[in-house]
Design a protein around this ligand. Structure first.
Ligand code: DGT
Ligand code: CA
Ligand code: CA
Ligand code: ZN
Length: 567
């Protein structure tokens, strides 16, 4: 599937056009790229059916470029732009704080072409001397270069890798006896280094042929009877291992990891006088378990441990004394509590979101468009909210099998107040509040700011509480324990934002919040209907955070939720 690859190209065109000082077009290219990277269908299929222009944000000119790329492997426009501005735009524009015009200046004045050049001119204190830069920015950029470098160790977002990995499993399933994801992707870690797949097959060679010959494979890195590795378009590596049926369980246990978890499990095996490896659990020469994971854990006196918990964060002890949590299941989640529509900065209408949510089996959703001053997000005013309420009422009448909560997402200002009036907030069923500006306050101020919002009489949920963007933006500085204490005190709910690069709260904070007795909501923060499917990532984080059904309000029924949101 070339979706990710094409999105990347469109992003690059956007960046280069922006450097050129072209107006409007960069935004259009980015919007198209965003929609393409979250498409659930193969873009080549759309192309074959002549339906490229059905993708939101893809007009004639962008469709032409996609077509050109699929047919020739190149985009002339991009080649021209690259020649004119020969810089590593992807890396440089990934440095937060470094805008396109700055990149141009740095190239023209200091010959900066890539991250190493940039790091050098910062360290030589030459950047600060350029007009419009300064010492503070130089320091900030130097910090942010490290973030980009970390990210270039090439970890991939779970949300974009999981659909591909699942598709590979489905593709191979008819030809194998058993197959499962393993490694970090089975544990649903937020980023994935490479995808591990394990299978049992009667004809391993044939399965390896299929695997290395898949359409989505860009390069075969290794091919053997028991292990092959490929790189997919988009860059991620996938390893397939084929094992004996009697060892499938122990191999799955071994290759699921985490390494830290495995080390502890092996210690327990040793304590029993056993030996545990990927081939089985052995007492002397005798194999006592290995066919499935359950029997391996059982033979060690443990409960079977869900993969999401295997991080050596207390699960071993719990499994030994039979006190593992009964994790919330994917099917327990009955709705989505954050999404945006055309009323603010979303791509779809309320009704389109409702229809898509129904397809996912949701029983309720909350429409939570932006309100207030945030200009780029198209914040609504009180009149808009009243109008929107009327539209929602009409749609409610039309759909009796899904309930629509009317919510808003309000901005938490620097002083902790919201930039909308109480009379606006009174119009709606639920109020999300979140930080969307001034991310760089010190911990004390920021904690005070968020707590003040928590204490606001109408706030129900704090959305994306730490504001981190994976591999892009560090979390805001918060005394998270104090924040949770305030949330507990005020019966305010903390969100797990399920958008692939947010996952905020993360797993560790989720566990902490739950231990403190705080309720959690899951919201996709969808800005188009394609994003609604990401709710599963939120459930994954919840499970990694040891959440049970009762901890996650998305498992409640509509009456219970109404009561919870009551003013
Ligand atoms: P990733 O790919 O970086 O997102 O993380 P993982 O956990 O998928 O790691 P990976 O792909 O290197 O290896 C897959 C699993 O294999 C890992 O979770 C545990 C197991 N494993 C790999 N190397 C070792 C090792 O040296 N010792 C132990 N105990 N287990 C290992
Ligand atoms: Ca892996
Ligand atoms: Ca691997
Ligand atoms: Zn937000």
């Amino acid at each position: 599937m070339k979706n990710q690859e094409i999105a990347k190209i469109l992003y690059e065109i956007a960046d280069l056009l922006e450097i050129e000082g072209v107006e409007f077009k960069p935004r259009a290219y980015r919007r198209a790229a965003q929609n393409i990277e979250s498409l659930s269908v193969d873009i080549e299929e759309l192309y074959k059916k002549g339906q490229l222009d059905k993708i939101p944000g893809v007009g004639k000119s962008i469709a032409e470029k996609i077509k050109e790329y699929l047919e020739t492997g190149k985009v002339r426009k991009l080649e021209e732009l690259r020649k004119k501005i020969p810089v590593d735009i992807e890396s440089l524009s990934a440095v937060e704080g470094l805008g396109p015009r700055m990149i141009k200046t740095l190239y023209e004045k200091l010959g900066v072409k890539n991250l190493d050049d940039l790091e050098r001119v910062c360290k030589e204190r030459r950047l600060r001397r350029l007009k419009g830069f300064g010492e503070k920015l130089e320091r900030k950029i130097l910090e942010n270069i490290q973030l980009v470098k970390q990210r270039q160790q090439q970890r991939f977002l779970l949300g974009f890798v999981l659909p591909e990995a699942n598709a590979i499993v489905e593709e191979l399933k008819p030809y194998v006896k058993k197959i499962s994801l393993a490694g970090s992707i089975r544990r649903r870690k937020e980023t994935i280094g490479d995808v591990d797949i394990l299978a049992v097959a009667d004809e391993p060679e044939y399965v390896m042929d299929l695997f290395t010959g898949m359409k989505r494979v860009e390069k075969v890195l290794a091919k053997g009877k028991t292990k092959s590795s490929v790189r997919l378009y988009g860059g991620i590596q996938v390893d397939l291992r084929i094992v004996e049926e009697e060892s499938f369980g122990s191999a799955l246990q071994y290759f699921t990891g985490s390494k830290e978890h495995n080390i502890e499990v092996r210690k327990i095996a040793i304590k029993h006088g056993y030996k545990l490896n990927e081939y089985g659990l052995f007492k002397g020469e005798k194999k006592i378990a290995g066919k499935d994971e359950e029997e391996v854990y059982k033979a060690l006196g443990m409960q079977w441990i869900p993969p999401e918990l295997r991080e050596n964060r207390g699960e071993i002890e719990a499994a030994l004394n039979g006190s593992l949590p009964k994790l919330v299941e994917y099917e327990d989640v009955k709705g989505d509590l954050q999404m945006h529509t055309k009323w603010s900065d979303g791509a779809n209408t309320i009704e389109e979101m409702v229809q898509e949510a129904k397809k996912l089996g949701h029983k309720f959703i909350a429409i939570t468009d932006h309100v207030g001053s945030l200009k780029i997000a198209g914040g609504m005013d009180e009149e808009d909210v009243k109008e929107q309420a009327k539209e929602i009422e009409k749609i409610r009448e039309k759909y009796d099998d899904i309930y629509i909560f009317h919510g808003v997402e309000a901005n938490i200002m620097k002083d902790g107040s919201l930039d909308v009036s109480n009379s606006l907030l009174k119009e709606v069923d639920l109020v999300l509040a979140s930080v969307h500006s001034a991310f760089r306050m010190d911990e004390k101020e920021m904690t005070k700011r968020v707590i003040k919002a928590i204490e606001h009489e109408y706030v129900d949920i704090i959305a994306h509480p730490t504001c981190r963007i994976i591999q892009k933006r560090e979390p805001i500085k918060l005394d998270i324990e104090k924040v949770f204490e305030a949330a507990k005190e005020n019966d305010v709910i903390m969100e797990i934002n399920a958008y692939p690069d947010r996952l905020d709260l993360n797993d560790i904070h989720t566990k902490m919040a739950i231990e403190m007795g705080i309720k959690i909501s899951i919201g996709t923060d969808a800005h188009s209907k394609e994003h609604l499917k990401f709710y599963e990532l939120g459930v994954a984080v919840a499970r990694r955070g040891w959440a049970e059904k009762k901890d996650i309000i998305n498992t409640y029924n509509i009456e219970e939720l109404r009561k919870l949101f009551q003013k």
